[in-house]
Unconditional design. Structure first.
Length: 182
């Protein structure tokens, strides 16, 4: 087999993996599901979102990676849930919230130049009342939710050192390096 016949499939795999890598999944999401689609319930959903983000902000911002952020959320779940229920009560809702951390299905979402494809993601899920209304979700770590609603302090910047890796790109690089040795 000629060298070109070997390189072309590897280049195709490299290009495909690079494309897939640019659509990398986010590590942790926040998902809030409204009681119903009434205007009142949709407005309450956003107020609960803000209360949950405020209650979890410090812990999420102190986290160095998604695992730490999820660990913080799990440990502080009752405090976060209390914030959601207090917001519901303050706004006269006749239902309560429930919260769970787990793996849930999500549709596509784009943040700036990055599109997160549909799939199953780790998330903090807040269900309001009967949870039959439209939902709201965002990436909780890295803290894109906070930047999306303007809740980040001016002196905080999103991490710039996030690195994506590609199995095929690494494989190609190893192959290329091994070819140089001969």
């Amino acid at each position: 087999m000629t060298t070109y016949k070997r390189i072309i499939p590897l280049l195709l795999l490299f290009m495909i993996s690079t494309f897939l890598c640019s659509c990398s999944k986010a590590p942790l999401r926040l998902h809030v599901i409204a009681n119903s689609n009434s205007e009142f319930d949709q407005q309450i959903k956003l107020k609960v979102r803000d209360a949950v983000l405020a209650a979890s902000k410090d812990g999420v911002l102190k986290s160095e990676n998604a695992s730490q952020a999820q660990e913080y959320i799990v440990e502080d779940l009752q405090t976060i849930l209390s914030a959601a229920n207090e917001e519901l009560k303050r706004n006269g809702a006749d239902y309560t919230a429930s919260a769970e951390v787990g793996l849930f299905s999500f549709p596509d979402k784009t943040y700036g130049d990055i599109t997160y494809p549909a799939g199953d993601y780790s998330a903090l899920k807040i269900s309001l009342g009967e949870s039959k209304g439209k939902n709201w979700w965002c990436v909780m770590f890295p803290p894109l939710c906070l930047s999306e609603i303007g809740a980040l302090d001016e002196d905080y910047s999103l991490p710039e050192d996030v690195e994506y890796s590609s199995f095929f790109a690494e494989l190609f690089e190893k192959w290329r390096s091994s070819r140089k040795e001969f």
